[in-house]
Design a protein around this ligand. Structure first.
Ligand SMILES: NC(=O)c1ccc[n+]([C@@H]2O[C@H](COP(=O)([O-])OP(=O)(O)OC[C@H]3O[C@@H](n4cnc5c(N)ncnc54)[C@H](OP(=O)(O)O)[C@@H]3O)[C@@H](O)[C@H]2O)c1
Length: 354
């Protein structure tokens, strides 16, 4: 039986409504507002073992574009009519579970909606876990301490295997994954060259984050700039964008280079054949290795990586930048910023102030 306080919370819940964003159709190219539908439902009371979580902020990720396609990937596509999948941070507002109590802050796949209800099996599937607000702000928990930070950490450390003195190049340098990769590589004693779109982003990664150089790919010839900034070749290339930039990096490898295939955002809205690397023979010549990674394979090791990265944030060896858009109703336009370069830092959708 729910106790008195829980009963009071449940009657308060009954007066709330849950705004949701659902996938209405599969997009062609860049998603538009017409690809989404907007629904409002009552907030259902938690049953035995269940919790209701209020969404505070959602992570907007390039991967969402792939989840909208009806194609085989590392995770099933979002079904038409379903609430869009999204990771986020929320607060438990009603609990009939022994694992979580009212007031707990949690991370997990909350979906693009204001409230989410989880039974025990759903909570496991959604990766619902408590977060420690002393380690970082809510937006940092979606950035350096969250999925992008874990991607940068394990992609660089496990696949890139940086050694002090190595030249590390990272594309998407001012984005969520890129900012962690570049700063971590600096901490590990590497020379770091970023690639980003626009002077402002390049100035920020060099001036604020301490990268050694940054190439504005929109301003000139990336291949020539890599030659200038990487005179001994590239030891680790962390690829967030694919396409022509990957080819330019392949043309500049050092012997024994490691290429981390993290993402290929330049290709996600490409409805023609995906552009693959042309310069792959450079792998042979340079005895180099190119390897893909998926962050979810490292979940068991997240706590140790979070502790390490939180330490760098605390002692200011690492900074973080988040680009916060307010309001669930703005989800469609906010998402497209990722594909136009409109975001500066980790893109976050703030759904509720508290
Ligand atoms: N493998 C995994 O487990 C995993 C996990 C998370 C993320 N990822 C991947 O990591 C990459 C970065 O994700 P993120 O969350 O950190 O995003 P982000 O870098 O914060 O945002 C995306 C950025 O991509 C750049 N971009 C967009 N279109 C581009 C194009 N045509 N050419 C070059 N750059 C382009 C834009 O920056 P500019 O203004 O600099 O162009 C944009 O701001 C994505 O490819 C994502 O899919 C992979």
């Amino acid at each position: 039986m729910p106790h008195r306080r829980t009963k009071a919370i449940m009657s308060a819940l009954a007066s709330l409504s849950n705004r949701q964003v659902r996938l209405a159709r599969r997009p062609t190219g860049l998603p538009t507002r017409d690809d989404w539908s907007f629904t409002t439902e009552a907030v259902a009371e938690p049953g035995d073992g269940e919790v209701v979580v209020k969404t505070l902020a959602l992570s907007l990720d390039p991967a969402m574009r792939g989840w909208m396609n009806d194609a085989k990937s590392y995770i099933a596509p979002v079904a038409l009519g379903d609430v869009m999948r999204a990771g986020g941070i929320g607060r438990v507002v009603a609990s009939r579970s022994d694992r979580l109590k009212e007031g707990d802050l949690v991370t997990g796949a909350l979906g693009v909606q204001e409230y989410a209800r989880f039974g025990e099996a759903d909570a496991r599937k959604a990766g619902l876990a408590k977060i420690d607000p002393r380690l970082g702000s809510i937006t940092q928990w979606l950035n350096v301490l969250g999925m992008p930070g874990m991607t940068g950490y394990f992609g660089l450390m496990d696949i890139g295997q940086p050694k002090p003195g190595d030249t590390v190049v990272v594309s998407g340098a001012a984005g969520a994954v890129g900012q962690t990769v570049g700063q971590l590589a600096r901490i590990k004693g590497c020379r770091v060259v970023g690639i980003a779109g626009g002077r402002d982003k390049c100035d920020w990664v060099v001036g604020e984050l301490g990268f050694d150089a940054c190439i504005d790919y929109k301003a000139g010839d990336v291949k020539a700039a890599l030659k200038e900034h990487c005179p001994k070749g590239i030891d680790v290339y962390f690829d967030n964008v694919g396409g022509e930039i990957l080819d330019a990096a392949l043309a500049r490898l050092a012997r024994g280079a490691r290429i981390v295939i993290c993402g290929a955002i330049s290709q996600y809205n490409n409805m023609q054949a995906m552009q693959g690397p042309k310069n792959y023979m450079s792998l042979l010549v340079n005895r180099a290795r190119m390897e893909g990674m998926v962050v979810f394979d490292y979940v068991d090791r997240f706590p140790a990586a979070i502790a390490e990265l939180a330490g760098y944030l605390k002692d200011r060896r690492m900074k973080s930048k988040e680009d916060v858009v307010e309001g669930i109703e703005n989800f469609p336009e906010a998402l497209t910023k990722l594909f136009t370069g409109g975001n500066f830092g980790k893109l976050v959708l703030q759904v509720s102030a508290g």
